[in-house]
Ligand binder design. Structure first.
Ligand code: SF4
Ligand code: SF4
Length: 316
């Protein structure tokens, strides 16, 4: 496995980062024990970096995955929608407690769309920075689906790490082109910022172009690490081999090939519209009895599922 420094943070991460959303209740809904086994399998085979979020509800899975590992060998990134002192402290404390650790390597503001969003969350950012001074957080960052989010990170020198969406089709970028995204991410990286990208396979939508999509992602010089969602041992094995440039047996390729996953809204939907508001990709629009899903726009991020009180939304 190749390892890179995450910008100037002094944190060394594997090129393959375990995207922690997929094992949890917003997607595959594996139990913490099942998910933990898959995570640990990745850790035991060279992956030292995992990304999660308060929203994903996967701290228990990661806690399981860490069992038997040396905490200091693993880099954990998490994020929250905290906007002030109280919500920032609560979100970090929740992570520390659930993960049974006394520090988080990277803590980020989740889904920052522009400078305005950062301004609105600045008290939380300041709180993360104070926690960094105390050694509770090692580096502070933001995640974004927007070119404007990366541009904003360029203006705030406090932001040391970004987690932007980048894939060969530009799928999921909410406000610009793939070229604009890469240009701004490159600028951030060149000034010493750490970059770990997300959704190289467009949330499953690029699975039919898996080889070219991975080639594209792996060749980007401005990316230190790439978070890939994984929910089976076979996916872990496939991705590790792919990232190490090893030959992949046909049997493993077949095991990984699955029907493209799709978002599904259950019949008991009360049509409240909360998911439509939550989706920043315009993939949901009002429908007669439940929202209409536009599969061509959906990046399977699962965020809509997080606001559905009735738990109607699944990726299946
Ligand atoms: S949030 Fe849930 S209940 Fe409300 S419209 Fe969406 S799927 Fe239906
Ligand atoms: S519909 Fe849901 S899963 Fe699809 S892009 Fe929108 S928020 Fe993400």
């Amino acid at each position: 496995m190749k390892y890179n420094e995450l910008g100037n943070t002094g944190i060394k991460v594997s090129k393959l980062c375990f995207g922690g959303l997929t094992v949890g209740p917003l997607q595959a809904n594996l139990s913490p024990a099942e998910g933990g086994r898959i995570i640990r399998h990745a850790f035991e085979n060279g992956v030292n970096f995992i990304d999660t979020a308060q929203l994903y509800q996967t701290y228990d899975h990661i806690h399981e995955g860490l069992k038997g590992m040396n905490r200091h060998d693993i880099v954990i990134a998490s994020k929250s929608y905290a906007y002030d002192y109280r919500t920032a402290i609560e979100s970090v404390e929740e992570a520390l407690k659930a993960l049974n650790t006394d520090y988080i390597d990277v803590f980020m503001l989740h889904e920052q769309e522009s400078e305005h969003t950062i301004r609105g969350h600045y008290e939380a950012l300041e709180t993360f920075l104070k926690l960094k001074e105390k050694g509770i957080i090692r580096a502070v960052g933001l995640s974004t689906h927007a070119v404007a989010g990366v541009k904003a990170a360029l203006k705030y020198k406090e932001i040391e790490v970004i987690h932007p969406i980048i894939n060969i089709s530009g799928l999921g970028i909410i406000d610009g082109t793939l070229d604009e995204m890469i240009q701004n991410v490159t600028e951030f990286h060149n000034r010493g910022g750490g970059v770990f990208s997300m959704k190289p396979l467009g949330g499953g939508n690029l699975l039919n172009r898996i080889e070219t999509s991975f080639d594209f992602a792996l060749n980007l010089q401005c990316v230190d690490s790439i978070a890939v969602g994984m929910q089976s041992m076979e996916e872990v094995d496939y991705n590790i081999k792919r990232f190490q440039g090893e030959l992949i047996q046909d049997s493993l390729k077949d095991a990984v090939k699955r029907q493209p996953r799709k978002l599904h809204i259950a019949s008991w939907c009360v049509n409240c519209g909360a998911c439509i508001e939550k989706c920043s990709h315009s993939a949901l629009t009002p429908g007669e009895s439940r929202p209409v899903i536009h599969y061509d726009k959906c990046v399977l991020c699962g965020y809509c599922a997080s606001v559905c009180k009735d738990f109607c939304i699944k990726v299946v």
